[in-house]
Design a protein around this ligand. Structure first.
Ligand code: GH3
Ligand code: MG
Ligand code: MG
Ligand code: MG
Length: 288
């Protein structure tokens, strides 16, 4: 784990840092709580903070609180508070401030290592839950919620003039596929189209039954159109086994480019409009 240690005393700081390293972790030590907080905010992969309660300028409880709000519900981050104060007295206060655990100063190696293993177990469970919550079980693509979260982060990082294109994809006459080849045949088609989308390396999600959305950062309409056309042709070449031979698959695609001022909603609504035009124009085509 990448561990941040906050301890004002230089001797104890070195001792605890060495203990953490002996436990097999990477440690970055700070004496200043505000700097430590900024560092944790900047580095998403910091997984655990061990902080003395006797720190400044933010006191230990304030730091625990700030770390807990920073982590929110989406970032796995464990906080272990450390104090020379005799155990018990501040325990409730400390845990209620957002710490996950409390240890006495100076910590013993065996106890500290065991607690860090507990932290690793909890964090890996949390990561797994977050992954599952964002993943579509049929295709292993992002589901709608996971796609929206990632897409919003992607749009938030854009500056005017940056390139990004969005695609909405809907499998054609899918009700007929289900009717002729059964629901499991339909499911195989959905999985095959999802696999095609994974091959593009773009940000792709299954946002409805047989509907997908794709974001292509760095792509204007020209190059995104090439990707879209490749997806369309890829669908026609799929050989998904059906009840009486391969299932013919086509899809319709709506393409649009991001412009400054677009939100994810306006962007996808425009792509959806283009998709509607592709359906109205006869299906199995890309419209922008
Ligand atoms: P269009 O060309 O206009 O898109 O026609 P369509 O038949 O594809 O129409 P529509 O998009 O309305 O139909 C989607 C169908 O997808 C309806 C629903 O029964 C089916 N469906 C939704 N989710 C699943 C799924 O997970 N598996 C399977 N097999 N079918 C699904
Ligand atoms: Mg549909
Ligand atoms: Mg439809
Ligand atoms: Mg459809």
């Amino acid at each position: 784990m990448r561990v941040v240690l906050v301890e004002p005393g230089s001797i104890l700081r070195k001792t605890v840092a060495r203990l953490v390293e002996e436990g097999g972790h990477r440690v970055e030590a700070f004496s200043d709580s505000e700097r430590a907080l900024a560092h944790v905010a900047e580095h998403e992969d910091v997984a655990c903070v061990i902080t003395s309660l006797e720190v400044a300028p933010l006191c230990g409880l304030e730091l625990c609180w700030a770390l807990r709000s920073l982590a929110g519900t989406t970032r796995p981050l464990a906080v272990i508070a450390m104090s020379a104060d005799r155990a018990g007295r501040r325990l409730g206060e400390v845990l209620d401030s957002g710490a996950d655990d409390f240890i006495m100063k100076p910590p013993e190696g065996i106890a500290l290592h065991a607690r860090l293993r507990v932290v690793e177990r909890a964090l890996s469970l949390q990561r797994q839950l977050i992954r599952d919550a964002d993943t579509d079980a049929l295709t292993q693509l992002l589901n709608r919620g996971g796609f929206v979260r990632r897409a919003q982060a992607c749009l938030a990082a854009l500056a005017a003039g940056d390139l990004l294109s969005a695609l909405m994809i809907d499998i054609d006459s899918f009700k007929g596929i289900n009717d002729r080849h059964g629901h499991d045949g339909g499911d195989r088609v959905i999985r095959a189209v999802a696999d095609l989308l994974k091959e593009t390396g773009a940000l792709a999600g299954r946002i409805g039954g047989e509907e997908f959305a794709v974001l292509m950062p760095g792509h204007g309409l020209g190059s995104a159109g090439v990707v879209a056309e490749r997806i369309r042709q890829g669908c026609t070449r799929l050989r998904v086994p059906g009840r009486r031979g391969p299932i013919p698959v086509t899809c319709s695609l709506g393409l649009t480019a991001w412009t400054a001022g677009d939100t994810l909603e306006t962007l996808l609504a425009r792509a959806d409009g283009a998709l509607y035009a592709a359906k109205a124009g006869g299906r199995n085509r890309v419209m922008a």
